[in-house]
Design a protein around this ligand. Structure first.
Ligand SMILES: Cc1ncc(COP(=O)(O)O)c(C=O)c1O
Length: 400
């Protein structure tokens, strides 16, 4: 059976070119980058080169890049690192305050919840509108004198909406200035989770105006278990992974050289071909959106109609269960995902779609199609051929 992969927001296949560049570092150049001998120095060179290449893309200093095991670890370091540093520097006069959005990935939401629960942090989960966009004036009104961190994702992984990161940065800069004038020592930092943005959006940290930015390798045809956190010089961060002095003392552990080489090659490839691939992918996505909404009644497109990633199309299919759609499509060889309850073992329907104000009965019918560079309009045609039959069959037996 022909198999079609429409789940690139979950993960992507490793590019052949990336694998080839990684391979020598598994065996021939296997050294530990901390060793002083030639084996070690070969690994060190690869590490430094990868860091420099990534710094060129992010428009930052190589020392501002901390390699991690992926988006989740980067997000954890971005949230916990500055708050631990504030404890270390004895800057706490009242509970620290963090602002984030209701639609972040659990790597952020569960991390801030942990700080809220265990250490009494105050957390504000700012609202988004029906399209998934943060409300700038609301966010500004939520900043307080004990706010240490604002974390807003660059692009949402379920609906694809792109948040106005440079505009949010301007607001934060204003507060940084106010703090300085007031003589307050407590910093206020701006972090963005750019895990879904890699390959499609500009990652220039200066243009974005962020203090920290998370990236994950496996979302743009790089290796799983690789990622990075950009940390702007001057941002006070305490390590979460303690041990050796790796990564500027901010992330102990022998560096994953093959993974880091793969991450750098994949990011370079993705950013270089991003515009071209973005155009191709968005034309396939628009073809899907146009034809799906034409072919089936009771289909709602979620996320912002224009300010969205080129590769994500997310729908609510009325009177139907997401899991049943997913399983029936899988039987036809098509891989998609759903934010309906029970997906990924969760009992709760998607927190993102809830935050966009959709009622639970509609969220049950959630369907996310996330495209990649290899998907074609012919594959969409096949999907459009088999999907209406699945919908008819499921609606006939649906209790919704
Ligand atoms: C927006 C976002 N943040 C963080 C993560 C976690 O990244 P990783 O799988 O590399 O830990 C994901 C993964 O889906 C994501 O989509």
């Amino acid at each position: 059976m022909k198999r079609i992969y429409f789940d690139h927001a979950a993960t992507t296949a490793l590019d052949k070119d990336v694998l080839e560049k990684m391979q020598p570092y598994f065996s021939r150049h296997f050294g530990n980058a901390s060793s002083l001998h030639t084996f070690g120095q070969e690994a060190r060179q690869a590490l430094d080169k990868s860091r420099q290449e990534i710094a060129n893309i992010l428009n930052c200093d190589p020392l501002e890049i901390i390699f991690t095991s992926g988006g989740t670890e980067s997000d954890n370091l971005a949230v916990k690192g500055p708050t631990l540093a504030a404890f270390r520097d004895k800057l706490i006069s009242k509970p620290l305050h963090i602002i984030t959005t209701k639609i972040e990935h659990p790597a952020i939401l569960k991390t801030v919840k942990q700080l809220e629960k265990l250490f009494g942090f105050e957390v504000t989960y700012t609202d988004v509108d029906v399209n998934g966009l943060v409300n700038l004036s609301q966010l500004e009104s939520e900043i307080k004198d004990n706010t240490i961190l604002v974390s807003v994702m660059y692009a949402n992984n379920e609906v694809g909406t792109i948040e106005p990161i440079p505009e949010i940065s301007k607001i934060i800069q204003k507060y940084k200035g106010k703090r300085q004038k007031n003589g307050s020592k407590l910093p206020i930092y701006f972090h963005t989770d750019a895990v879904q943005a890699g390959g499609y959006l500009d990652l220039d940290v200066k243009k974005l105006g962020v203090d920290m930015l998370s990236i994950s390798g496996h979302k743009f045809y790089g290796p799983k278990g690789t990622g990075l956190l950009y940390i702007k010089k001057g941002t006070k961060v305490e390590a979460i992974n303690t041990g050796g002095g790796h990564e500027n003392g901010l992330r102990a552990g022998t560096e994953n050289i093959p993974g880091i080489v793969g991450l750098a090659v994949a990011l370079k490839n993705a950013q270089e071909s991003g515009d071209e691939i973005g155009k191709k992918v968005s034309s396939v996505r628009d073809y899907l959106i146009k034809n799906l909404t034409k072919k089936i009644d009771g289909v709602i497109l979620t996320g912002h109609p224009e300010i969205r990633l080129p590769n994500i199309a997310s729908f609510l299919i009325e009177r139907i269960e997401g899991e049943s759609m997913l399983i029936n499509l899988d039987l036809k060889g098509i891989a998609v995902s759903t934010g309906s309850a029970c997906s990924s073992g969760s009992l709760e329907p998607s927190h993102v779609l809830k935050a966009l104000n959709y009622p639970p009965e509609k969220i049950h019918g959630s369907l996310r199609i996330s495209l990649g560079k290899e998907n074609t309009k012919e594959e969409i045609d096949y999907f459009l051929e088999v999907f209406p039959e699945i919908v008819d069959k499921l609606r006939e037996i649906s209790a919704l």
